[in-house]
Design a protein around this ligand. Structure first.
Ligand SMILES: Nc1nc2c(c(=O)[nH]1)N[C@H]1C(S)=C(S)[C@@H](COP(=O)(O)O)O[C@H]1N2
Ligand SMILES: [Mo]
Length: 424
């Protein structure tokens, strides 16, 4: 059904043959990516001082974040936000800061922090407790890296229609800051210091315990995001980035890291910890994962013919080394093309040339990471996580993935061109 390297000059010819016209204008676009505003939008005055000083996108572009998980965001108290990234509209691998998914949990209000007043402290089992201003941090050697953040609650459910609903609780940004190891080495970690507890400024602190080996490896204390200051919803002026670990470890509005000698039970971990490791919601690292974003759920293929299947792949344990695509529901797999560099613990773009013959098809992608770990099927993931834990299964959803869900996402293309979530 798919051919990997069709003659490039053939794309339009074949599309046009099916569409019955020779100009691209005769071919309807796929419907279901967020469409441009269809009524006249109020004119933007691009020469106004405000937009010259700080730009914004065209008002014809209407892609937005939406509440995730079926609850309103913000909640009735204006506190909890869970909003998902519109992955169906994403171009490339960097999520625009204004569309980065946002999760603030457990009654956290987004703080307004004056960076000139902000202080960051490292203390506990160290030789020299240190307090940094933002200016202090910016004098130190910095790194800039692409990394995804993904919430452990990013799961596909049968009632989800679009890829924004099934997978929109992950985003990828370019983060700039100081390696946490640089700061910990300045403070001098004592031998007994085997864990850190990182804490935000809010009353519930958003605190997480992180093993020292990870803290010393690749964690970042970030002040920059996509070329400017970290946005308030992402932790302005300072956030911890724990590459590849579940979202909850990436503490926003970071004010304190305490070096300790054991795992601390923090508010974040309450309700997540289980004696049986398979029952624990917090498994630290995100497994190899991928999803096709085009065509994806809720979209409509206008006609038979050529489509570039596109998607994103990522893994919490390193770089993506291979992505395969199936157009027959997993019966056969073909290598997709990895687009650009595959950065460690970052979204990686892939594409696959497909000519749709107008018959029912089931599109899937499967990620392999540099450790050789392969993304599981939904049945494999559901079997791995035992039911009855944090996200109990139900009789009507026997293949419910009750822990972290990195399972293969199937999209069914009907013969009328409509695209549907096929996990049910
Ligand atoms: N201080 C603080 N840090 C936090 C949270 C929070 O509520 N408070 N939410 C966590 C959760 S559950 C996730 S998934 C990520 C989300 O990061 P983002 O909002 O930048 O996408 O931040 C984590 N860091
Ligand atoms: Mo989360």
């Amino acid at each position: 059904m798919g051919s990997r390297h069709p003659d490039r000059r053939d794309f339009l010819k074949r599309g046009a043959a099916f569409a019955g016209g020779l100009s691209l204008g005769a071919v309807d676009p796929v419907i279901g990516q967020t469409p441009p505003a269809d009524q006249d939008v109020e004119d933007q005055d691009w020469s106004s001082p405000e937009l010259i000083a700080y730009g914004e996108r065209s008002r014809y572009e209407t892609s937005v974040r939406v509440p995730h998980g079926g609850r309103p965001s913000p909640d009735a108290f204006g506190l909890v936000f869970h909003v998902a990234t519109p992955l169906q509209d994403q171009v490339g691998i960097i999520t625009p800061s204004a569309l980065h998914f946002t999760n603030t949990t457990r009654g956290a209000i987004i703080p307004n922090i004056d960076p000139r007043e902000h202080r960051f402290m490292i203390h506990g089992l160290v030789d020299r407790p240190l307090i940094f201003t933002m200016d202090d941090l910016k004098r130190l050697p910095s790194v800039t890296r692409l990394h995804f953040v993904e919430c452990a609650g990013n799961r596909s459910r049968p009632q989800h229609v679009t890829v924004q609903e099934t997978h929109g609780n992950t985003s990828c940004a370019e983060w700039t800051g100081v390696l946490l190891s640089t700061l910990l080495n300045e403070a001098g970690v004592k031998d007994a210091g085997t864990w850190i507890v990182a804490e935000g400024v809010e009353s519930v602190k958003g605190a997480s315990s992180i093993p020292m080996a990870k803290a010393m490896d690749d964690c970042l204390v970030c002040y920059g995001m996509n070329g400017e200051a970290v946005r308030p919803q992402q932790g302005h002026p300072l956030r911890l980035l724990v590459p590849g670990f579940e979202g909850i470890f990436n503490v926003k509005w970071l004010r304190r890291i305490k070096v300790v000698d054991r795992y601390y039970m923090t508010y974040n971990d309450y309700g997540h910890l289980r004696r049986e490791p398979h029952d624990a919601a917090l498994t630290y690292q995100i497994g190899p994962k991928s999803v096709i974003t085009y065509p994806s759920g809720g979209q409509q293929l206008p006609d038979r013919g050529f489509y570039e299947i596109r998607g994103l792949a990522w893994s919490g344990t390193g770089a993506v080394s291979r992505v395969e695509v199936s157009t027959d529901g997993g019966g056969s797999w073909m290598d997709a093309e990895i687009r650009g560099a595959a950065h460690p613990m970052a979204h990686t773009a892939f594409s696959f040339h497909w000519t749709w013959d107008g018959r029912e098809a089931e599109l899937m992608s499967r990620c392999t990471d540099e450790l050789g770990q392969v993304q599981p099927t939904r049945a494999e993931a559901a079997a791995f996580w035992r039911p009855g834990a944090v996200y109990p299964g139900t009789p009507d959803e026997p293949l419910r993935v009750t822990g972290q869900d990195n399972s293969i996402q199937p999209w069914r293309v009907e013969s009328d061109g409509s695209v549907h979530n096929a996990i049910a």
